[in-house]
Ligand binder design. Structure first.
Ligand code: 5GP
Length: 194
């Protein structure tokens, strides 16, 4: 499992969508109570639900992790993640820090990658250029970013997203290196003795 976190506007969505399914990546789609942004699609970007629907999913144990972020609930549906792992896929979760730490607690083998833009000024520029949120929400998201960045040391890797293609290549490199850790290669080790 690969978890990608980073400030809102760091380009996580764009980077994660570029990870190639042909290389075994499977992107998890989260549930949220946030209203859809223009252009977002149910089931592709998120599963949009009501606060009541979210509570119900949580109570039914359908969420692997969940968190509150700037006034809205977000959570990872458990079933899809478990199915993809069983199929040998590299499941990618694009989630904020509290959720990432919950997953790391349950699955210590998960790889945590923090993605961030080169500077706070660039982050502000991207959020304003995206123009999907009002000024108050952008301010709340920038404030949240300044709280998140000091927590990077909880992550395994830091990727600066200056150029999307470079960030995608760096994540690919991390995943390929992680595949070579002896603890993930038990099948090949056993094969050696046949
Ligand atoms: P946005 O509203 O910009 O789509 O997402 C806001 C924040 O929530 C982002 O940091 C995003 O990574 C995070 N997020 C999205 N889905 C989930 C989820 O399922 N769980 C958690 N913990 N955070 C999520």
């Amino acid at each position: 499992m690969v978890i990608i976190s980073g400030p809102s506007g760091s380009g996580k969505g764009t980077v994660v969508k570029r990870l190639d399914a042909a290389k075994g990546y499977a992107r998890s789609v989260s549930v949220t109570t946030r209203p859809p942004r223009e252009g977002e699609e149910e089931g592709r970007d998120y599963f949009f639900t009501t606060p009541e629907g979210f509570i119900q999913m949580r109570q039914n144990g359908e969420l692997l992790e969940h968190a509150l972020f700037v006034g809205h609930n977000y959570g990872t549906p458990r079933k899809y993640v478990e199915q993809q792992i069983a199929d040998g896929k590299v499941v990618v979760l694009e989630i904020e820090i509290n959720g990432a730490l919950q997953v790391k607690g349950k699955f210590p083998d998960a790889v945590l990658i923090f993605l961030m833009p080169p500077t706070m000024g660039e982050l502000s520029r991207r959020l304003n250029a995206r123009a999907t949120e009002d000024a108050v929400t952008i301010d709340a998201r920038l404030k949240k970013a300044s709280e998140e960045v000091p927590l990077i040391s909880a992550y395994d890797y830091l990727v600066i997203n200056d150029e999307v293609e470079c960030a995608v290549a760096m994540i690919d490199a991390v995943v390929n290196a992680e595949r070579l850790r002896p603890r993930r290669c038990q099948a090949q080790i056993n094969q050696f003795f046949i």
